[in-house]
Every structure is written in structure tokens, then in C-alpha cells.
Design a protein. Structure first.
Lengths: 394, 290
């Protein structure tokens, strides 16, 4: 009898405690829109994460200052993915369970985004990716499977061929060495590059992938110097670019072998410490601050004003723009419910800095990429290209 | 081909010297405390960070920064040695594992909270290349190798000839006899720990210019590689760590150069597992320990 009484009391106490837990956030939820920002804030991609977080905060302040989303202020919750899939998954789970976010923007690293997709799918939380480029992310989204994953960032599908085409036709290089980051992004981009080797008469003479904390590239650079490669194909991390560039200078590769691909070759700090290694580098990126349109000038000016003269990078831009995209969708839907935002996103048309954004049936935004070359320490835009893909061809 | 082989051996000796400078601290602490210091790589990180800080914020020149970085790190090590490591003298083995793992997390995250998680570019250093035929090396790399050899000569003298060294050897052999003979074990532990921390800091500040970047988590990988080095050299064997460091460096350089960079970090672990299976006492005989 007494044990039954104890268990009854236990159940009552537990349900009371539970109701407190459920009721309090529900009350707090009603007057703000809770958005989770996942980005790598420590580790080898921390530079990306720091920019991403500043971009997101700037967008929050701008949106809140102009009245918020349907009268509600945005509240941001930060998660540090460290560019490690398990860390990204645990921060997104924490955001969903404890912070009660309805929309998550993240991650930068493709491997993390791929790992987060099933988590948001099961929870029915909207994931809008702002900065991962591995094609698989949206191959598996929309009609491909995941209903809750969107991507407002161009994919690598066409980037690989555009970069290779420019290097073979404009730079007259036929032999290439691969030195990419060992991740879904770095390896994925090389798989795509290999598809186009024959078309451009190009050849890969060596292939290496670096771990995100690698700091000694001399053994690989020694090989590349002897391989006769004219360029290193690098889809890598911005924080590693200065290390490789400086060791290229030391190993006598600077000026003889150029870097092509994408690893923020326009990072002023990297150019400052190894100008000869980065001269002639060719990159295809989703954004450069030099993009010459009134809308972009306005963004760069606001960002510089907010962050003591710092120039935004691609991740600051991408998170800032994606925050505004989500806010625009919520306004158009006249709701901050994630299901309403999701439905609106797939049909809406949004006017962004890089042009008009619409989503295809794989929840992939149709966005251009910019091809630039580093000439005398500055990125010079060589053109833009479409990243839209035909899914059936795969 | 021979030239490439020579270049890879040189690359390996440079990388190995970096490990070899970090390793004596870890192996000596194991000698006197019978504890693996899992926070040892953090002193490498603290040394590099101190140098970065005094160069960029206080405008100190690089040679002075080397000196300051070692002093600052030894100061931090003295505080931690007094508060934590001395307490491990009488504690069971697992306390050492937990305490040092905890310290590692605290030190890394303190740095991240104070300076942010992003990579910082390390200024300074002697980066002008020297040419040996086709092969070019920055002066910094040559200095690292020379300093390492110098440090090991000095350590050998310290361990064999000085009172402090003799006390260290005594503590690592038999603590009960040390107490009978009036050797202050806690003081020896503290001295060993501060010395080891200083050497790790020296390694970090010398490597800073060629590794280019500085960040809070940079000590982690070094700790794991150092662990492989001290097992190879024989736990507690100081001079063994120099040879072991070079062996690991050259093996890594060969794997990175001839097989693929992505397999480089596996080398240390494969050697570690192999050593523990085949020859857990290390390359050298147990008698050769200090």
C-alpha cells in the first residue's frame, strides 16, 4: 500500500515538474522568434564561424530594429560545431530540446550539415543551410527525401568544372596536384573535378588530403615540386591556407605552382604573409566583398560600421543573407511557425545581394558563383557562373 | 629519387625535433610521478600563445619573445605544479589521469575564452630559406634541430651530474628510499614539472613561425604524438626520447610523402600499438633509463 502511495506521489511530482518545464518555455516562446545558429567557433574552421556569427548578429539587429518578424523580436542561440559532425549534432539537439528553437541556420562544414539533416528531420525543425557546398546535401532534400532541409548556398557541382576549365584554358595548365581537406567537402569537390579531367585534357599527378589540424605540409610540397604539376587543386579551410602558402614560399613553390579551387585565397592575412604563393590563385566562391552592386556596397558598409571596419567574408555574408531570407519568408507567411516558413520558402522569390533567390524541388537555392583570380594581392573578378544542376544527369 | 629521400629525412628530423623537445617533460614526469601528463601539450600551446601575445600586443622582438614565453609558461607550470601535480605524489594512478585530462580542458578553454577560438597568425621567426642544391629550408628549421641537440646535451648533464638530476633519478627509482635519505619528493616533482613545461614551451615558440598559426586546441595533437614518442623511447628514459622523436618524425614524413598526407596522423598510433605489443619497454633496455 505504502509503496503504491509512494509511486503515486512520485508520478504526481514528476508530472508537476514536467509541466513546469513545458509551460515556462512555451510562455517565453510566444513573444520572440527563436533561431539557432550553428557554426564552427573553435577548431580549424573557427575563422568561418566567427564571421558567420557576426553576420547573423548583424541581421538580427537590423531585423529587430525594423520591427522584427511580424512584431516579434528575434532571439539567437549559438551552437559550436567545431567542424565535427558529432559536435554539430549535439548542439542542434540541445537547441531543439532546451532552447526551443524552430529554425536552425548552419553549418559551414558539409560533414556537419549532412549529420544534422536527419536530426532536424525527426524533430520537424527547419534547417536552412547557409554555407555548405557538398552536392549531397540537397540531392537528399526536397523530393530527394529530407523535407526540412533547405540550402541557400551554391553547390560544388559546377564549381569544380568551372575552376578546372579556367586553369586549363586561361592558365594553360594540364598537370595538377590535389591537396584538399579530408572531409565531405574537400573529397567531394575532387570527385567532381575528376569527372571533368578528360573534357579539359587535364591530369592529376598526385593526390593528398590533409586533416583539419595539419600544420606540416613540407613532405607533400616536396613531392609536388618534383611532380611537374602547374597548380594545386585545393578545396580546403581558410585557416590552413596561410600555413600552406607560407610553406610553399619556403619550399620554393611560390610563383611556380598556383593554387586553384576554394580555400579563401582572398583572405588578406594570408596574402600578407605569403604574397608570392597566392599571386595567381584562382577561386570560385559564393561571394566576395568586392562584388560591385549597390546592394552589396550597402551591406559591406553596414557590416564595417558594426564591426570596427572589418570587411565581411563569404560566411558573414551567407549567414546575414540567410537570416534575412528566413525573416522574409516568415513575414510573407505571416507566421513564425516553422511549417509555414518551410512552405513559403519553397514557393517564394527573394531579392538578395547576389540576385533573385528561388528554391528548386530539392530545396536548393538557385545562386550564382563568382570566379576570381588574385592579382597583385587583390581579388579580380573574372566572371560569374550558374550553379543550377540537372538532378537527372547524376 | 635519392634527393627526395634526403629531403624527406630532413623534413622528418625537423618534425621529430619538435616532438623530441616536448617529450622529455612528459617522460620525466612519468619517471617521478608514475603519471601520464595528458595536459603536457598544453604547455606547448601556452608557450606559443605567450610568444604570440608579447610579440603582437607588447611589440617585443622574436628572440626576446622566446625567452619570455618560456619564463611565462614555467611560471604557469609552477602554479599548477604546486596546486595539482604535487598532490599527485601520494594519489593513486587514476587521479593523475583525471587531474591532467581536466587541466588540459581547463587550459585550452581558458585560452579560447580569453583570446577567442579563431586561428591567429604567428609573427616573427627566421624564415629566409637556405639552399642545399634543390632543397630549401628556412633558418628556423635548422635552429630547431640545433636547439634540440643542445637541449638534450644539457639534459644529459643535468640528469647525470647535478644534485637535482640525481634526486630526480632517485625519486623515479624508489620513493621510500628517498624519504629515508631526506630527498624532498614534492620539490623534485615540482622542479621536474616546471622544467618539462619550459621545454614544451620552447618547442612551441620555436615551431610557431613554421606552423604559422596559433590556436587554443593546438596542444592536443602534440600530447598524443608525444605519448607515442615516450613509449618508443621507454617510459622515463630521457635520451631515448630524442631518437624516438626523430624516428616518429621520419616515419611520418615518409608516410606523408610516399603514401599520402591523410595517413600521417595514423603513424604515431600504429607505432604506439606495435610497441606496446612487441616491445613495451621501448627501443632501449630498461637499464638505460635515467
Amino acid at each position: 500500500m505504502s509503496s503504491r502511495f509512494a509511486s503515486a506521489v512520485g508520478v504526481a511530482v514528476a508530472s508537476f515538474a514536467l509541466s513546469c518545464f513545458v509551460v515556462v518555455p512555451a510562455m517565453a516562446q510566444s513573444d520572440v522568434v527563436r533561431i539557432g545558429i550553428v557554426s564552427p567557433n573553435t577548431g580549424a574552421a573557427a575563422r568561418y564561424g566567427a564571421f558567420a556569427w557576426r553576420g547573423a548578429q548583424l541581421a538580427r539587429d537590423e531585423i529587430n530594429a525594423s520591427g522584427g518578424i511580424n512584431g516579434k523580436k528575434i532571439e539567437l542561440f549559438q551552437g559550436d560545431s567545431q567542424c565535427i559532425p558529432t559536435e554539430g549534432v549535439s548542439s542542434v539537439q540541445r537547441m531543439i530540446a532546451q532552447d526551443k528553437v524552430r529554425v536552425v541556420i548552419g553549418d559551414v562544414c558539409s560533414s556537419v550539415t549532412i549529420a544534422m539533416q536527419p536530426v532536424v528531420e525527426n524533430a520537424g525543425i527547419l534547417l536552412v543551410n547557409a554555407a555548405s557546398s557538398n552536392p549531397d546535401i540537397t540531392y537528399k532534400a526536397g523530393v530527394g527525401g529530407y523535407k526540412w532541409s533547405f540550402r541557400n548556398y551554391p553547390t560544388d557541382e559546377n564549381r569544380a568544372s568551372v575552376v578546372l576549365k579556367y586553369a586549363t584554358e586561361q592558365k594553360k595548365i594540364k598537370k595538377f596536384a590535389v591537396l584538399s581537406v579530408d572531409s565531405d567537402y574537400g573529397r567531394g569537390a575532387i570527385v567532381l573535378t575528376k569527372k571533368y579531367l578528360g573534357e579539359f585534357g587535364a591530369e592529376i599527378v598526385s593526390e593528398d588530403y590533409y586533416k583539419d589540424k595539419e600544420a606540416d605540409f613540407r613532405p607533400v610540397l616536396a613531392n609536388i615540386r618534383r611532380s611537374g604539376a602547374g597548380a594545386i587543386i585545393m578545396y580546403g579551410l581558410a585557416d590552413t591556407t596561410p600555413i600552406i602558402a607560407r610553406q610553399m614560399v619556403e619550399a620554393g613553390l611560390a610563383g611556380k605552382v598556383i593554387l586553384i579551387g576554394s580555400a579563401e585565397f582572398n583572405n588578406p592575412e594570408a596574402i600578407k604573409i605569403a604574397p608570392t604563393a597566392l599571386n595567381g590563385a584562382v577561386e570560385a566562391a559564393a561571394y566576395v566583398p568586392e562584388w560591385d552592386t549597390p546592394k552589396n556596397h550597402e551591406f559591406v558598409a553596414t557590416y564595417r560600421k558594426a564591426y570596427a571596419g572589418e570587411t565581411p567574408n563569404v560566411h558573414a555574408y551567407a549567414y546575414w543573407e540567410t537570416m534575412r531570407l528566413v525573416a522574409a519568408a516568415a513575414k510573407e507567411a505571416k507566421s513564425d511557425n516553422q511549417d509555414d516558413i518551410r512552405k513559403t520558402l519553397s514557393t517564394m522569390s527573394y531579392e538578395g545581394v547576389m540576385g533573385k533567390v528561388t528554391f528548386d524541388d530539392h530545396n536548393q537555392a538557385n545562386l550564382p558563383m563568382i570566379l576570381f583570380e588574385i592579382i597583385d594581392g587583390k581579388p579580380v573578378i573574372k566572371g560569374t557562373f550558374n550553379t543550377q544542376i540537372k538532378y537527372s544527369t547524376r | 629519387m635519392t634527393e627526395l629521400l634526403i629531403e624527406q629525412i630532413i623534413n622528418g628530423i625537423v618534425a621529430g625535433s619538435v616532438y623530441a623537445l616536448v617529450a622529455p617533460g612528459m617522460t620525466m614526469i612519468f619517471g617521478v610521478l608514475r603519471a601520464i601528463n595528458f595536459a603536457h601539450g598544453e604547455y606547448y600551446m601556452l608557450g606559443t600563445f605567450s610568444a604570440w601575445y608579447v610579440i603582437t600586443k607588447l611589440d617585443v622582438s622574436y628572440p626576446v619573445a622566446i625567452f619570455l614565453a618560456v619564463i611565462i609558461t614555467m611560471g604557469i607550470a609552477a602554479v599548477i605544479g604546486r596546486l595539482v601535480m604535487q598532490g599527485l605524489v601520494t594519489a593513486p594512478f587514476q587521479s593523475g589521469v583525471l587531474a591532467t585530462l581536466g587541466l588540459s580542458l581547463i587550459l585550452q578553454n581558458l585560452i579560447i575564452i580569453t583570446f577567442g577560438g579563431t586561428y591567429k597568425i604567428f609573427p616573427g621567426g627566421w624564415l629566409e630559406p637556405v639552399f642545399f642544391g634543390e632543397i630549401s629550408l628556412a633558418w628556423q628549421r635548422i635552429i630547431i634541430v640545433l636547439v634540440t641537440i643542445g637541449v638534450f646535451v644539457a639534459l644529459e648533464f643535468l640528469v647525470r651530474r647535478t644534485r637535482m638530476g640525481k634526486a630526480m633519478r632517485a625519486v623515479s627509482q624508489n620513493t621510500a628510499c628517498c624519504l629515508v635519505n631526506g630527498i624532498n619528493i614534492e620539490r623534485v616533482v615540482l622542479g621536474t614539472f616546471v622544467l618539462g613545461g619550459g621545454l614544451a614551451a620552447l618547442s612551441g615558440v620555436l615551431t610557431g613561425p613554421i606552423n604559422v598559426t596559433v590556436y587554443g586546441g593546438m596542444g592536443e595533437a602534440i600530447t598524443l604524438k608525444t605519448f607515442a614518442v615516450i613509449v618508443m623511447g621507454g617510459m622515463g628514459n630521457v635520451r631515448g626520447t630524442l631518437i624516438a622523436g626523430w624516428v616518429l618524425g621520419i616515419a611520418e614524413s615518409f608516410v606523408a610523402g610516399f603514401i599520402g598526407l591523410q595517413y600521417r596522423d595514423a603513424v604515431g598510433f600504429v607505432i604506439l600499438i606495435g610497441m606496446l605489443m612487441v616491445r613495451p619497454t621501448g627501443f632501449f633496455s630498461v637499464q638505460s633509463r635515467f
